[in-house]
Design a protein around this ligand. Structure first.
Ligand code: ZN
Length: 192
């Protein structure tokens, strides 16, 4: 599988780590180490930083593993009616209403996670599922993110307040903006 390796090269990532942590090999290609799967208190598994990141850093590189026929709980929405499964640990990143990462589509159409805040070692890596999915179908009504500004439930872009959309500018899946531009985005819905 040459494409992901080529993708890493395109993104300028070193194939050999210059630090103490060795690079990880995932399904035949090498990704820069900087995160790992751990238990996240009260939320099952989560992804945690094993190095610090500054704003604008690419924290995780998205690689599409499979194009899906429809939505499911680990699917990433990459178009109005297009869902994919990302490879590796990208699917394990938890939602937060006050995330430290945003979504940035890469050259392959997959979603990278980019730091929108400083991320310290051992901090959980999170993004807002609304940055990626227009509608959320598969998550419990009650959001468990625990952030101060928690919206109370995990919502999709469709139900995201305009103020929050503005705050996420540049860190959302591009198709969401296309939907908004077409005027098909629903009005802001109040949270009950
Ligand atoms: Zn929340």
């Amino acid at each position: 599988m040459l494409l992901p390796l080529f993708q890493c090269l395109l993104n300028g990532l070193p194939l050999l780590s210059s630090g103490s942590a060795p690079p990880i090999r995932l399904r035949g290609y090498i990704m820069k180490d900087g995160f790992e799967l751990r238990n996240s208190s009260g939320k099952g598994e989560g992804i945690f930083a094993t190095k610090s990141f500054t704003v604008g850093d690419t924290v995780m590189i998205g690689v599409i593993k499979e194009v899906l026929n429809g939505n499911h709980s680990h699917a990433s929405q990459v178009g109005e009616n297009k869902f994919v499964l990302h490879d590796g640990l990208v699917t394990k990143v938890n939602h937060s209403c006050d995330p430290n990462c945003g979504v940035r589509e890469n050259e392959t159409g997959a979603h990278n996670f980019v730091a929108i805040k400083e991320i310290r070692v051992n901090e959980e890596i999170t993004f807002d599922y609304a940055m990626r999915n227009y509608i959320i179908d598969y998550f419990p009504q009650k959001c468990m993110c625990g952030s101060e500004g928690c919206r109370g439930r995990i919502t999709g872009w469709k139900d995201l307040p305009d103020k929050k959309k503005k705050a996420y500018e540049g860190f959302e899946a591009p198709y969401l903006l296309e939907l908004d531009a077409r005027g098909s985005c629903a009005k802001v819905v109040g949270y009950t």
